[in-house]
Design a protein around this ligand. Structure first.
Ligand SMILES: O=P(O)(O)OP(=O)(O)OP(=O)(O)OC[C@H]1O[C@@H](n2cnc3c(O)ncnc32)[C@H](O)[C@@H]1O
Ligand SMILES: [Mg+2]
Length: 211
C-alpha cells in the first residue's frame, strides 16, 4: 500500500453514528487519513428503493463509487423485531415518518410493543456492508446481533435504536443488562452487526487498496 495521505476510500453514509463506528472498525486495515466521508464529493441523491438491506447497501456503494472514482464502503442496516415480522427492517431510519428522527422512531416502536411480554421481545440488528469499486465490482459482508427490546429507553450513548436494544451476548458482562446505548464504543464494536459485516469485508478492502 503506498504511503500516501490522499483519500483512498470513501464511507458513503450520512449517518454520523454509523460513520464514527465504521472509522473505528476499519482502523486496523486502513490508515485513518486515507478514509474520508462524503463531504467534498458531489454525489447524486440516492433513493433507497431496494427491498432488502443488500440491495440498498449495493445501491449506495455503487452509485457513490461511480460518481467519485474511488472505492466506497456503504452500510445499510436496521432493527428487525420478531413479533413485527422483521419490521422496522429496511424502514428503520424513517419508521415514525421522519427520516433520522431517532427518538421518535424508537418511541413509536416501544408503543407498538407496549403489550408484548418480555419473552416475546426478541429482535436483531442486521447490517449489509458493501465495498464497490469505480469499475463496478462489489463485495458484501453481512452481520447480525440478537437481542431484546426494552420497555423504556436506557442510556445516552450510541445512536438510532441503541437505547432500546439489549444484546443477548451482553449477559456475560457484569451488572444488570445494559442497552447498546450504555455500552462503550469498544464493547459495541466487539459484537455489533456492523462489526461483523465489516469483518467479512476486510480482506476485500485490503486487496482493493493494494491493487
Ligand atoms: O443511508 P445512510 O446515509 O447510511 O444513513 P441512514 O441513517 O439512512 O441509514 P440506513 O438507511 O441504513 O438506516 C438504518 C437505520 O437503522 C438504525 N440502525 C442501524 N444500525 C444501528 C445501530 O448500530 N444502532 C442503532 N440503530 C441502528 C438507525 O436508526 C438508522 O437510521
Ligand atoms: Mg439511509
Amino acid at each position: 500500500m503506498p504511503m500516501s495521505s490522499e483519500p483512498r476510500i470513501i464511507l458513503a453514509t450520512k449517518n454520523q453514528g454509523k460513520l464514527a463506528e465504521l472509522r473505528q472498525l476499519l482502523a486496523d486495515v486502513v490508515p485513518a487519513e486515507q478514509i474520508v466521508d462524503l463531504s467534498g464529493f458531489s454525489v447524486p441523491d440516492i433513493v433507497e428503493d431496494g427491498v432488502s438491506f443488500a440491495e440498498n447497501s449495493a445501491l449506495k456503494a455503487t452509485i457513490t463509487a461511480k460518481a467519485t472514482g474511488l472505492p466506497v464502503i456503504a452500510d445499510d442496516s436496521g432493527l428487525c423485531v420478531d413479533v413485527l415480522g422483521g419490521a422496522p427492517g429496511i424502514f428503520s431510519a424513517r419508521w415514525s415518518g421522519t427520516h433520522g428522527a431517532d427518538r421518535e422512531n424508537y418511541e413509536l416502536l416501544l408503543a407498538q410493543l407496549s403489550d408484548v411480554k418480555a419473552e416475546h421481545r426478541g429482535a436483531e440488528f442486521r447490517c449489509v456492508a458493501t465495498l464497490a469499486t469505480p469499475e463496478g465490482a462489489t463485495t458484501a459482508g453481512v452481520g447480525v446481533v440478537r437481542g431484546a427490546i426494552t420497555t423504556a429507553p436506557q442510556g445516552d450513548g450510541g445512536f438510532g435504536y441503541d437505547p432500546v436494544f439489549i444484546p443477548d451476548e451482553g449477559q456475560h458482562l457484569a451488572g444488570t443488562p445494559r442497552s447498546f446505548a450504555e455500552y462503550t464504543a469498544a464493547e459495541k464494536n466487539a459484537i455489533s452487526h456492523r462489526a461483523r459485516a465489516l469483518a467479512e469485508l476486510k480482506d476485500a478492502v485490503v486487496a482493493t487498496l493494494s491493487s
